[in-house]
Design a protein around this ligand. Structure first.
Ligand code: NAD
Length: 428
């Protein structure tokens, strides 16, 4: 089994690898290997039983040369400063590759949110803002939801910030509920973006999309909208999806050779993305082990659940038929597995390009907040399509020009863009 890696060391190693290829100046490397600013703070929270519990919180701003830092807040029991640093670094590259005028940030709290009551959660959210409100804001750093946080929590945070500032400031945070400054289209945005990238990859590979097949890991937010759009936008067929079963503490794959019905599966899936296996089986779905999704004879594989799932141990089990690997999840493929995919000629759409539809829609939310004027869902998705297609083309062109693997090409585009912004601002 591969040893679990420190995520920040991984982020630095990926950066170093491309910085070397680009022959980046040492001063630029030193600035980009580390976050510009890091905050670690205590959040004392009055619990329902009257006691005070102290939580540890983080906010890291990796680089804001291209615009205000942007990135989610995670509430997770295993949160560490290094995880937040890595995620903030990846946000810098994601915003740069999607060409939205934002930098990279990330935040977190060491807590299992399921252990808190609603009132305790609200006080923790407000406490997080009380600790960082002076260093965040629509013009310097804009948080969003991530693992363990929800639109409702963003609503409380926006409210706390507005109270401290003394003015309604919806643009301080994105991922807010629709009706409270949120954007239409945000729920579908990441999965929709994944499919725009697949569409563009198919055009490049001269592969007609109709009738092409896909297998997806996960059935949460990203996977559900990737499945719906793969079927409706590309006239493709999704053969299987998978999900984590909290009762059985293992994953299952749900397969239907003539194509899954994503709307039916949504109707038997809970808010955490767990599909009810009895109901699925009763409806004729084959319930297989959690790894089965990876071994299907399909044209497109979409890991859209979690990190580190395609490794040197299982990459050889991927079918010869797979032409495209679209990384909906963050960090699903290890560097060792990358090397095998590259040799086999699988066309990779790397994570921070493939799933950049989410942050791009968050940026649209900020724009709408600034204007205090809201777009229709069609308008949001059409703008998203344009942004995603353009980002894909820029990375593909770099990959073809310099004969680079798509992941390296995406890094190259992103790093060059941040370097250019730093030079234009006179930081270098
Ligand atoms: P989610 O919590 O809504 O869904 C996760 C899904 O993965 C669930 O169906 C869960 O059952 C399943 N899952 C978990 N462990 C599994 C396992 N071992 N095997 C099979 N299935 C498993 O999460 P999400 O928002 O869809 O995010 C999925 C991935 O996409 C994450 O890596 C996330 O960081 C990334 N991402 C999400 C967004 C977004 O806008 N939601 C944006 C960018 C990147």
């Amino acid at each position: 089994m591969a040893e679990e890696k420190n995520p920040f060391e991984m982020a630095q190693a990926q950066f170093d690898h491309v910085a070397e290829q680009m022959n980046l100046e040492p001063s630029v490397r030193n600035m980009l290997r580390w976050p510009m600013r890091e905050f670690r703070f205590q959040i004392p929270v009055r619990m329902d039983d009257g006691s005070i519990e102290v939580f540890f919180g983080f906010r890291v701003q990796h680089n804001d040369a291209r615009g205000p830092a942007k990135g989610g807040i995670r509430f997770a029991a295993n949160e560490t400063l290094d995880t937040v640093r890595a995620l903030a670094t990846w946000m810098t590259w994601k915003c740069a590759v999607a060409d939205i005028p934002l930098g990279g940030g990330k935040g977190g709290v060491v807590v299992d949110p399921a252990s808190l009551t609603t009132g305790e959660k609200e006080r923790l959210c407000r406490g997080w803002i009380d600790a960082v409100w002076k260093v965040i804001g629509p013009r310097n750093d804009v948080p969003a939801p991530d693992v363990g946080t929800t639109p409702q929590m963003m609503g409380w945070m926006m409210d706390e910030y507005s109270k401290l500032k003394g003015e309604y400031t919806p643009g301080v945070i994105t991922g807010k509920p629709v009706g409270s400054g949120g954007s239409l289209g945000r729920t579908a945005a990441t999965g929709f973006g994944v499919v725009i990238h697949i569409r563009e990859a198919m055009k490049h590979l001269k592969m007609p999309s109709a009738g092409k097949t896909a297998s997806i890991q996960g059935f949460g937010n990203v996977a559900q909208y990737a499945a719906i759009n793969f079927i409706e936008m590309l006239q493709g067929k999704v053969i299987s999806v998978s999900s984590w079963d909290r009762t059985d503490r293992c994953a299952y794959t749900f397969t239907k050779e003539d194509g899954i019905d994503p709307y039916f599966l949504q109707s038997i899936t809970d808010q955490y993305g767990t599909i009810d296996k009895e109901e699925a089986a009763a409806a004729g779905y084959k319930v297989e082990d959690g790894d089965a999704w990876l071994k299907k004879d399909v044209d497109v594989l979409i890991p859209a659940a979690r990190e580190g799932v395609i490794t040197e141990d299982n990459v050889e089990q991927i079918s010869e038929q797979v032409a495209i690997l679209a990384e909906g999840a963050n960090g699903p493929t290890t560097l060792e597995a990358d090397a095998v995919l590259k040799k086999r000629g699988v066309f990779l759409i790397p994570d921070f390009l493939c799933n950049s539809g989410g942050v791009t829609c968050s940026y649209f939310e900020q724009v709408q907040n600034d204007m205090n004027y809201y777009w229709s869902e069609e308008e949001v998705l059409s703008k998203l399509d344009q942004k995603m297609s353009k980002a894909f083309k820029a990375v593909l062109q770099m990959s073809l020009e310099k004969n680079l693997f798509m992941r390296d090409a995406a890094y190259w585009v992103a790093i060059a863009s941040v370097e250019r912004a730093m030079r234009l601002r006179g930081w270098l």
